[in-house]
Ligand binder design. Structure first.
Ligand SMILES: [Zn+2]
Length: 55
């Protein structure tokens, strides 16, 4: 499952959210775990995907 990094616009804290690509595509509204603000934006550059897939 991909991990997305978000930055709170209010307190500028970064936090990570694990969600499926499907859930992410539905633009789930995340809240800052520190201050509870819904004003968060995704930090695109820090997206990293765990490739623990067996082949
Ligand atoms: Zn915050």
């Amino acid at each position: 499952m991909p991990t997305y990094e978000y930055e709170c616009q209010k307190c500028e804290k970064h936090f990570e959210v694990q969600e499926t690509i499907g859930a992410h595509a539905e633009h789930h509204q995340h809240r800052c775990p520190t201050c509870g603000s819904p004003q968060v934006r995704q930090v695109i550059a820090s997206v990293h995907v765990q490739t623990s897939r067996k082949s």
